[in-house]
Design a protein around this ligand. Structure first.
Ligand code: DI6
Ligand code: FE
Length: 419
């Protein structure tokens, strides 16, 4: 590891800690005991055994603290959320408990359409005020990077508003927010009965403007019987790629439409949900390097019974990420750690797979190489935990285990190190 002494002092140095680096060292969790982590200018400069520090701690930094043996992981990364929206849909929770399905509710004009109405009605400030507490809950749970999708505006101005607000969420909380344009989420009321026209509108009007605005890091679509067909998704993806935007897909959540393979066909960053994906779909993902994003919160909330093809994903070495899918309809889940727990309990991931899924593989699902592990040169994004082992993060159901959450070397939630 690159640990050359720097000429000026480090901004901070934590000693007496245990690191779950998530590096591929052959040791579970890439763990290092009796370790230290140092950072400068928002980047990690040292993450290794204390005995390999290139000097005495107080010669390396004016800010040296002992972590008293605490475990430190990379900051968690939630790579799939819809957390910017207006209103909520607790009423649908009731309807579903009384037997209505998600599809029934959507067809009756509820579901995504009702959140579109509530989201359109809010100005930037109100939308930000409604969204911030949800993002803050994630950060207080140890998250330092969040992906946020649009998709409840469904016209150019409201989609841009959502993306702008999503970026503001990141600025306000001092964390990194990556934005995704999800214009192809549902059919807006203006286009009722004219789905192809809406897809053309996305391709001809919305996408070029979104690309020009620089407000989206990627493009997503909902490819499903109740949403957009594979052909329509292809049109959106072709245009997105032509405009230089990477793609990802809500794929095979409720039925197998070949969505995972479709995402792979466009070099997709990820295929998400994938409960109904076939082994051929998994093979296509493996070949294209497309990450599988598992969303056990939606599986749980919809009382789904079809498991994603975990064995095939393992067999074909497709990286598995885990995310909250935080949204008002199918996954009102405010804890990435709880998503990790559910990924273990419902999908039988090992705790190490689940933690990798919320760090290293989540970074990859966002096309990012500067985070998701603890190593010199990467962003100084890390979380100090009240936990006896890294597996505890998946084991405990609920509770608040994150002690200090640090993004680019700055405390964004929890306590100061010395306290
Ligand atoms: N799949 C989901 O899980 C969310 N969107 C999607 O395409 C659900 C969004 C909602 O119901 O509001
Ligand atoms: Fe989603």
């Amino acid at each position: 590891m690159d640990t050359k002494p720097t000429t000026s002092l480090w901004d901070g140095l934590l000693i007496d800690c245990r690191l779950a680096t998530m590096n591929d060292t052959g040791v579970a969790f890439g763990a290092i005991h009796d370790a230290a982590i140092g950072w400068k200018d928002g980047r990690i400069v040292f993450a290794d055994a204390m005995r390999t520090l290139p000097g005495k701690p107080d010669q390396l930094s004016a800010q040296v603290e002992s972590a008293a043996g605490a475990w430190i992981t990379p900051g968690l990364i939630d790579c799939h959320t819809h957390l910017v929206f207006g209103g909520n849909r607790a009423n649908e929770f009731d309807q579903r408990l009384n037997g209505a399905s998600y599809e029934d509710i959507a067809r009756a004009g509820g579901g995504i359409a009702s959140t579109v109405t509530a989201t359109r009605a809010l100005d930037d400030a109100s939308l930000l005020a409604e969204s911030l507490p949800r993002a803050r809950a994630l950060v207080e749970g140890g998250v330092t990077s969040i992906e946020i999708k649009s998709g409840y505006g469904l016209d150019l101005d409201n989609e841009i508003k959502m993306l702008r607000v999503a970026r503001k969420v990141g600025m306000q909380l001092g964390i990194d927010v990556r934005t995704t344009f999800l214009g192809a989420h549902a059919l807006p009321p203006e286009f009722r009965g004219r789905q192809d026209d809406y897809v053309a509108h996305i391709c001809e009007v919305m996408l070029p403007e979104i690309a020009r605005s620089g407000l989206a890091d990627a493009v997503d679509a909902f490819c499903e019987k109740i949403a957009f067909t594979p052909d329509q998704t292809r049109q959106v993806f072709s245009r997105a790629r032509a405009l230089g935007l990477p793609v990802k897909l809500h794929a095979d959540q409720l039925s197998d439409l070949g969505g995972a393979a479709l995402s792979a066909e466009f070099g997709g960053l990820s295929a998400d949900h994938i409960e109904h994906t076939s082994e051929d779909g998994v093979r296509a993902m493996a070949k294209a390097g497309t990450v599988a994003v598992l969303l056990p919160g939606a599986f749980y909330a919809l009382r789904d019974t079809t498991l994603p093809p975990i064995a095939a994903l393992r067999e074909h070495a497709v990286p598995m990420a885990v995310a909250t899918d935080l949204n008002p309809g199918t996954s009102p889940l405010l804890s990435l750690r709880l998503a990790m727990n559910m990924a273990c309990t419902q999908f039988r991931l090992t705790p190490e797979e689940a933690l990798r899924g919320a760090t290293t593989h989540a970074a990859r699902a966002l096309g990012l190489h500067d985070r998701g592990r603890l190593a010199a040169g990467l962003r100084a994004d890390f979380t100090i935990w009240n936990a006896a082992s890294p597996a505890d993060l998946c084991y405990w159901i609920g509770g608040s285990l994150a002690r200090s959450v640090v993004a680019e070397g700055r405390l964004v939630a929890g306590r100061e190190f010395a306290q």
